[in-house]
Design a protein around this ligand. Structure first.
Ligand SMILES: Nc1ccn([C@@H]2O[C@H](COP(=O)(O)OP(=O)(O)OP(=O)(O)O)[C@@H](O)[C@H]2O)c(=O)n1
Ligand SMILES: C[C@](O)(CO)[C@H](O)COP(=O)(O)O
Length: 231
């Protein structure tokens, strides 16, 4: 079972309030993007990594990958204004031989290999699969001031990345979305738009996306928990 992964890392990191792209934030002596890329460097199923970066950051990213021995990175390509544009640029660089393609946020350093493998197996069978966790909080729709309705959370999942696909499925979905100006906040939503099935695969609450400063505190706690060998 082999796959290629596109890692979008071309955001601005505004919500992190770090004053620069959060991919370069250091967590326990390693830049965030290196934590994330290392997961795939160490996974024997992963045959190729494509990283999507800001044009001004490509050289720095390439130097980091050399310094940290991330050898599976085939290319660091320029991203776009939206995450979806960046992912699309990354997908265009993949060689057609790959049967299964993953998209994984550079801002999610804690995905585990066992979860990736379960996801890949599901994508290979279903065409598309996504990691997620069941909602722990009650979810309400509001108008920004008052509550409009409480949503039954029994069927709600918070989805993460990696999101995994048979290569033809994700390529078709991205090309269709680009041609019809369809914008989604994740990758499987574009496949859903095409009316194709997407399998949900239960992942870990540790697989957080480092988005706001509080997430860095949680990230350090996750790293410490792992150092202590706890689940
Ligand atoms: N134009 C963009 C926007 C986002 N991303 C990437 O998509 C992932 C998820 O996006 P998010 O967490 O929102 O990152 P940022 O866009 O950098 O954050 P913010 O919205 O706070 O600026 C990140 O790895 C980010 O680098 C990207 O490659 N290209
Ligand atoms: C793709 C994603 O990580 C799934 O939860 C999420 O939609 C990315 O959102 P962002 O605002 O681009 O970080």
């Amino acid at each position: 079972m082999n796959y290629a992964v596109v890692i979008p890392a071309a955001g601005q990191g505004k919500r992190m309030q770090a004053g620069h792209n959060k991919q370069f934030l250091v967590l326990e002596e390693r830049p965030l993007i290196i934590h994330t890329a290392s997961v795939f460097e160490q996974d024997p199923w992963c045959k190729e990594i494509i990283v999507v970066a800001n044009a001004s950051e490509i050289y720095d990213m390439e130097e980091l990958f050399k310094e940290w021995g991330i050898r599976k990175v085939k290319q660091v390509v320029v991203g776009g204004n939206e995450r979806q544009n960046s992912v699309h640029e990354g997908l265009k660089c993949l060689i057609p031989e790959h049967q299964v393609v993953l998209v994984h946020d550079g801002a999610r350093p804690f995905v585990e290999q066992a979860d990736i493998h379960r996801l890949v197996e599901q994508a290979e069978q279903t065409g598309a699969a996504v990691l997620g966790t069941k909602m722990k909080d009650t979810v309400k729709r509001t108008d920004g001031e008052k509550v409009l309705e409480t949503i039954d959370r029994s069927s709600l999942w918070a989805v993460q990345t990696p999101q995994a696909f048979q290569a033809a499925v994700v390529t078709e979905a991205y090309d269709y979305a680009a041609a019809h100006q369809i914008i989604g906040t994740d990758d499987t939503s574009l496949v859903e738009y095409m009316g194709r099935p997407v399998k949900i695969v239960e992942g870990s609450y540790d697989n957080i996306k480092l988005t706001t400063p509080e997430d860095m505190v949680v990230a350090r706690a996750i790293l410490q928990k792992r150092r202590e060998g706890k689940r």
